[in-house]
Structures are given as C-alpha cells and as structure tokens.
Design a protein around this ligand. Structure first.
Ligand code: SAM
Length: 219
C-alpha cells in the first residue's frame, strides 16, 4: 500500500486519525484536548475561534461546554469529518469555514472570547506562525484568551536528546498519517509574547515537548 493510500485509509474516519494522534503523543492527546477546552470556555455562550480544527476533537469539547464556535481548517476532508463528528452530539452552534489560517484577517477583529490553536502551529513556517499569532490576537475581545497547544522544542539536555530520538519514528508515522512533517515550535511562549499578550499559564507534558500556553488580552 502506498503512503498516500495508507494516509487516505487512516483519514477515512476520525477514529483512525485520532488513533494515529494518540500514538504520536503516547496517549497524551486526549489530556491535551481536555485541557485546551477547559482553558478556552469560561462560560456557556463564549465565542471561540478554533484554527486548524482537524477532525473536531477539540471542537466537540468546546461545544459540550456551550461555546459558540467558528472552526476553520484548510483541509476539506478534515472539515467534513469534524462536521460528522460534532453534529450529533454538540450543544452550541458551529460555523465551519474551509480556509487557511492566513485568511483569518477576514474575520471581525475584537469579536472572540478565545482563539484556539491546537497542534497546528507546528504545521506552519515561522513567518506564517508569527503572522497568524498576531492576527489571532487582534481577533480577541477585551479580556479574551489565546490558547495555543503544540509540540515544542524540549528543554536542552537529556530531554532534548530523548525528543530527537523519539522524533525519528514519530516523523515516519506522522508522514504516513498526514502526509506532512510538523516541526516542534522552538519557543512557543516567546512567539506569543511577541504579539504583546502576557502569558497567564503554561503546562507541559512528555518531558516538556508538548506544551499548552494560555495568554490573555487586557480587559
Ligand atoms: C494535527 S491536526 C490537529 C487537529 C486538532 N486541532 C487537534 O488538536 O487534534 C492539524 C490541523 O491543522 C490544519 N492546519 C494546518 N495548518 C493550517 C493552516 N495554515 N490553515 C488552516 N488549517 C491548518 C490541518 O489541516 C489539520 O487539520
């Protein structure tokens, strides 16, 4: 089976794709998604912009907390799977947009209580990341939160060495699953600080290589 055929097979249902994500994160992805949703919705009715929604694992959790979600992804097959996954169970309304993160400046500024980027910044080039983070910040209402979770470069020393070793099989699996290679974000906190938003909290898993950062616009 070619890697493209295998990728299509894996993308055939959210369960297969999600099983791949569980393998890539050694089972931590569900914990990460739950923490992202918890940090993103403070009360039912919150307006949340989710960039790179993938198969809707976070979208589903945001909806279950009563958020009004605008979910965007550049991949039509991901949007399709996310819609199928979220529709039967969700509580809050979702607006689905098939578009790239580089188009978020078309969305109204100052309108969202939270902007969520879960496991998608590492798919972007440094230039795109910086642009997207800046524009995402502008989409926040006063007091709104930016929630970014991703693979980051582990702290120097044995943890970095372990990450480099682990990434060899991980990169192979990732290529088979999604047909592209992500790269750890070198310093997620610094990249978020560069937008002018103060960091409120950061949580790490997997020897510091998986990080959740919450930043907040002044009220
Ligand atoms: C690894 S998946 C993560 C999905 C989901 N957010 C999660 O946490 O499980 C990354 C998703 O981001 C999307 N993505 C990556 N770069 C993007 C971009 N520049 N614009 C829009 N979507 C993007 C991909 O299509 C993919 O669905």
């Amino acid at each position: 089976m070619s890697s493209l055929a295998l990728m299509r097979w894996l993308e055939g249902t959210p369960e297969r794709y999600d099983a791949g994500m569980r393998a890539l994160t050694l089972g931590r992805v569900a914990m990460l998604h739950a923490a992202v949703a918890e940090a993103s919705v403070r009360e039912p009715g919150d307006r949340v912009l989710e960039i790179g929604c993938g198969t809707g694992a976070v979208t589903q959790r945001l909806c279950a907390r009563g958020a009004r979600v605008t979910a965007i992804d550049q991949a039509p097959e991901m949007i399709e799977q996310a819609m199928a996954r979220v529709r039967p169970s969700h509580a809050g309304p979702v607006t689905w947009l098939e578009q790239t993160a580089s188009e978020i400046d078309r969305l109204p500024a100052g309108e969202f209580d939270a902007v969520v980027l879960s496991l998608c910044l590492s798919d972007m080039s440094p230039g795109e990341r910086s642009w997207v983070l800046k524009r995402a910040t502008e989409r926040l209402a006063p007091g709104g939160r930016l929630i970014a979770a991703d693979e980051v470069r582990a702290p120097a020393g044995w943890r970095r060495a372990a990450q480099v070793l682990w990434r060899i099989p991980q990169a192979a699996i990732g290529w088979l699953l999604v047909g592209s290679l992500s790269r750890p974000v070198p310093n997620l906190c610094d990249e978020i600080r560069a937008t002018g938003l103060p960091i409120r909290s950061q949580t790490c898993w997997l020897l510091g290589s998986l990080q959740l950062v919450v930043a907040q616009r002044a009220a």
